[in-house]
Design a protein around this ligand. Structure first.
Ligand code: GLY
Length: 409
């Protein structure tokens, strides 16, 4: 597939911007919510997870159906993307921090025994969800971070390995070279390839974008990113992903558990920990109520203690969808409903009540230039369902994008 700059501009950037800046309808979609409300079939057993767990659901469901533990079933799902070098949001092959080092976060909660485990900022260990479980089972602590968590994992028997794949290293290099005008990365003044920064302040906005993307294409080619991957690589640089996987599982008896694992926000500062390993934010399970987890803007989710808020909402009688929507509204409240800011964040909640009712809710319908957010479900039949979005349209994600000339027409 040949990557065309015009294709990229017209889909990823212009498409997102025209959605974002032309005053589209961003009213909460209450009527849509009622129509598409996926409160689930209340069948048990049932597993729900983020869409990147879809292909691992069959094995986990069979395990659960045959009497396997609910946390082990959820861990079977999230271990799939952790092991997959082509999933650059989790485990092996996760996109690295700004120094090019992969740092992983994970947590888990075992409903039947009311126990929890978590790890943050772990390097060189692929299956951090299992390390979180080991913290739960083999220590008197709930959370270990950084070097201590890595040494604990090695002591338990997890192998150390290089988590940075060539795919992720090249994307990081593209980010580093094209976002580093003020440091020593990229060709220096003496190089015949040196050009003034594409984002010179005097450049008109659309030219700014065209120049920037043209330069990124050239750098991507120089780095050796194959043409068919360049569009996605440039997208990752412009809109740093924060992909993650959450999974919750309930068995026939109503026992319930959950776990979340991630490589976190791409190009983050070393040591940055998002919501995924925070019990109550990235995941929360209460055996009396249900289990919930999140993918998306970690910093925002921490501030509303999203997963815990959802469980407490359901305890008070809200449906899974109402409980998740309330947590999203708290995020909206934190920005005084300012859509110009809210457009730069996104959040998806995966919610499972202990009776088997479930919901997938999101702040926006999708990330830029992507399909609508989905929740993966297995209750005997495996499927992907669209989340119920609070706002119509796509989020933009950081960094803020300057207005294009074409938008003001
Ligand atoms: N939700 C993943 C993160 O922000 O790290």
């Amino acid at each position: 597939m040949t990557f065309s700059r015009r294709d990229f501009l017209s889909t990823a950037v212009l498409g997102s911007l025209s959605l974002g800046l032309k005053g589209q309808d961003t009213k909460p979609q209450d009527s849509t919510m009622r129509r598409t409300m996926n409160v689930g079939s209340s069948k048990r057993p049932i597993i729900v997870c983020a869409a990147n767990g879809f292909k691992y659901l069959d094995d986990a469901y069979a395990f659960l159906k045959n009497g396997g533990d609910t946390l082990d079933a959820a861990l079977r799902v999230v271990k799939g993307p952790e092991d997959d070098p082509n999933d650059d949001s989790v485990g092996l092959g996760g996109l690295p921090n700004e120094e090019g080092v992969v740092e992983l976060d994970a947590c888990c909660m075992h409903g039947p025994t009311r126990r929890a485990g978590a790890v943050g900022g772990v390097r060189n260990i692929k299956n951090v969800s299992l390390v979180a479980k080991a913290v739960m089972e083999h220590t008197a602590h709930v959370m270990l971070v950084g070097d201590g968590a890595e040494r604990f994992a090695v002591a338990i028997g997890f192998p150390r390995e290089n988590l940075l794949t060539e795919h992720s290293r090249k994307r990081w290099l593209l980010w580093k070279e094209t976002h580093s005008y003020n440091d020593w990365w990229g060709p220096g003044l003496a190089s015949p390839d040196w050009k003034p920064p594409a984002d010179a302040p005097s450049a008109p906005h659309s030219e700014l974008w065209e120049n920037m993307i043209k330069r990124m294409e050239q750098v991507a080619a120089d780095i050796g990113i194959q043409p068919e991957y360049r569009r996605a690589a440039i997208r990752d640089v412009l809109f740093p992903p924060k992909g993650t996987i959450h999974c919750s599982a309930v068995n026939e008896k109503g026992e319930i558990s959950g776990c979340t694992t991630t490589s976190g926000l791409a190009w983050k500062l070393p040591g940055r920990v998002g919501d995924s390993p925070i019990i109550g934010a990235g995941c929360y399970t209460d055996r009396d109520v249900g289990s919930a987890g999140a993918t998306g803007s970690g910093e925002e989710n921490i501030k509303v203690a999203g997963a815990h808020t959802i469980i407490e909402n359901m305890r008070k009688g809200m449906s899974p969808q109402e409980a998740g929507t309330d947590a999203l509204r708290r995020m909206v409240r934190n920005y005084n409903n300012d859509r110009d800011k809210l457009r730069f964040l996104d959040m998806v909640y995966y919610i499972l009540r202990k009776d088997g009712a479930y919901a997938g809710v999101s702040l926006w319908e999708s990330y830029p230039d992507e399909e609508q957010h989905k929740i993966a479900v297995h209750d005997g039949s495996k499927r992907l369902e669209k989340t119920v979005a609070l706002f119509k349209g796509a989020s933009i994600n950081w960094p803020p994008i300057p207005k294009l000339k074409s938008d003001s027409k």
